[in-house]
Design a protein around this ligand. Structure first.
Ligand code: BG6
Length: 461
């Protein structure tokens, strides 16, 4: 993700000619070997139409490498020497195991790599509960002020996620209905077809709740539910998001489902169970469904159903806004049946916004009026066909380099997210809520269907 994103920025002339990118990790590489590794990554991950040999060569010239064992202070001076003069600014992108955050910050500080003109981007996982995330955040705060800290949630770099704000706040027609008077419920689905993807240790100690809900899904929920910020700037947007996150009601035991994939078939191919993929027994959830409530005036009585999982039927991220029914059906006497309006915001793989509206089927209506749901489609892929689709990290890395924190997560947001997630895990522990098996290639355990059906709601599939 990172090297192809940086390359794409370079290809478009969006990063300065004299920008130097210094990679550092434990592996004992030199500049040339790092460049060879980068070249291999670019060849593997860049789409063919973006491979421009001359530009790849000039991009590789930006790259340098310094080996470093971040667990000890030794070595940071050599890193600082390699980086050289930072009076023109330095952006650090830290992607490492949680236990290395503290020593890394200490090392950076000792080597003089934490001044006022230094920014730091932090990649998850930033801890695995409120307490451990506070330890990391405190460590970072000992060397950087909050406005120098850029916590990454790559969902915020996705074009359609930003479009959610444009849809809500750049149009008049949705907002008057965007509340408990107009909306019956909201669904947020992030389904994946992939399984463990070789991340055994990390995933098994994390699970779907902490891997996906704690960050990406709660950010989607916050953007869907927040009040209109006064400005599109970092403080205003994040102030509104955090209010939503703090209004989340603790989830009750009968409002949550944990699942784990069994063997099955995904995209036409047979796949193994999670336990087989992992090579041992485990009760880690690869699926979670929740009924969430935002306890404020706007959302009183409107459930937010969330679900995410691996090895599901298809890869899809979407937000469904289910509006209420009209107060009276004037067509009922003539047999006309109505469905309530539904707004489908598809984030991926396709990018579109679709409003389902009722329309009359053409005809003489002698046997009654026939009304049908028809989509009002706004395909972002088609409407902006010429605009390049970017990897989320391109936008975020550029914002980090430019110093714009609007699309990064502030500490109070992260803490509100963890507080809510920790309470869910506490219920799992107190009530011994075990995972329910689901066949790979399905939409999760049947309990997830029951979670909505008992409210008369069917997941949008
Ligand atoms: C990551 C999770 O944050 O998001 C992964 O750790 C998950 O488990 C990924 O696969 C999903 O991102 P995307 O952009 O493919 O929806």
């Amino acid at each position: 993700m990172l090297l192809p994103s940086l390359y794409a920025l370079h290809e478009d002339g969006l990063i300065a000619e004299d920008l130097r990118i210094v990679g550092t990790a434990r592996s004992d590489l030199d500049d040339d070997r790092f460049r060879a590794l980068a070249l291999e990554a670019l060849n593997t991950y860049l789409p063919d139409d973006r491979k421009d040999e001359a530009k790849i060569a000039s991009f590789l010239a930006h790259l340098q490498y310094q080996p470093l064992d971040a667990s000890t202070l030794e070595g940071f001076d050599a890193l600082a020497a390699k980086i050289g003069d930072i009076t023109g600014g330095l952006s650090i992108f830290l992607s490492t195991a949680p236990f290395l955050f503290e020593p890394t910050i200490k090392g950076l500080k000792a080597a003089g790599l934490t001044g006022a003109n230094v920014r730091i981007g932090l990649e998850k996982p930033l801890g695995n509960d409120l307490t451990s995330s506070a330890v990391i955040n405190d460590a970072v705060a000992s060397a950087f002020s909050e406005d120098q800290i850029f916590r990454i949630d790559h969902y915020l770099g996705k074009e359609t996620v930003q479009n959610l704000m444009a849809l809500r706040f750049a149009n008049m027609m949705f907002e008057p209905l965007w509340n408990a008077n107009g909306i019956d419920h909201v669904e947020i689905t992030v389904s994946e077809t992939v399984g463990l993807e070789g991340r055994h240790g990390f995933y098994d100690s994390t699970g779907a709740l902490r891997d996906m809900v704690q960050n990406h899904m709660l950010q989607l929920l916050a953007l869907t539910a927040m009040e209109a910020p006064a400005d599109f700037d970092a403080t205003s947007v994040r102030d509104e998001k955090v209010k939503v996150l703090r209004s989340l009601r603790p989830v009750a035991a009968d409002e949550m489902v944990r699942g784990q994939y069994d063997a099955g078939a995904v995209s036409g191919g047979a796949v193994e169970s999670y336990k087989n993929d992992l090579g041992e027994d485990s009760d880690t959830e690869t699926f979670v469904a929740l009924k969430a409530h935002v306890d404020n005036w706007r959302w009183q009585g409107v459930p937010f159903y969330l679900r995410t999982g691996k090895r599901l039927s298809e890869r899809r991220s979407e937000i469904i806004i289910q509006f209420k029914s009209v107060p009276h059906n004037i067509f009922a006497g003539r047999g006309g049946k109505l469905n309530a309006n539904r707004l489908v915001i598809r984030l991926q793989p396709e990018e579109y916004v679709r409003l389902q509206v009722m329309a009359k089927k053409p005809g003489m209506d002698r046997d009654g009026v026939v009304l049908r749901e028809v989509p009002l489609d706004l395909s972002l892929t088609q409407a902006f066909a010429k605009a390049r689709r970017r990897i989320a990290y391109e936008r975020l890395l550029l914002d980090l380099i430019d110093g714009d924190p609007t699309l990064f997560v502030r500490r109070d947001e992260v803490e509100a997210q963890w507080r809510w997630i920790d309470a869910i895990r506490q219920v799992w522990a107190d009530e011994n809520i075990a995972t329910k098996p689901y066949g790979s290639g399905s939409w999760g355990p049947s309990a997830s269907i029951a979670l909505t059906e008992r409210d008369g709601v069917t997941w949008h599939e």
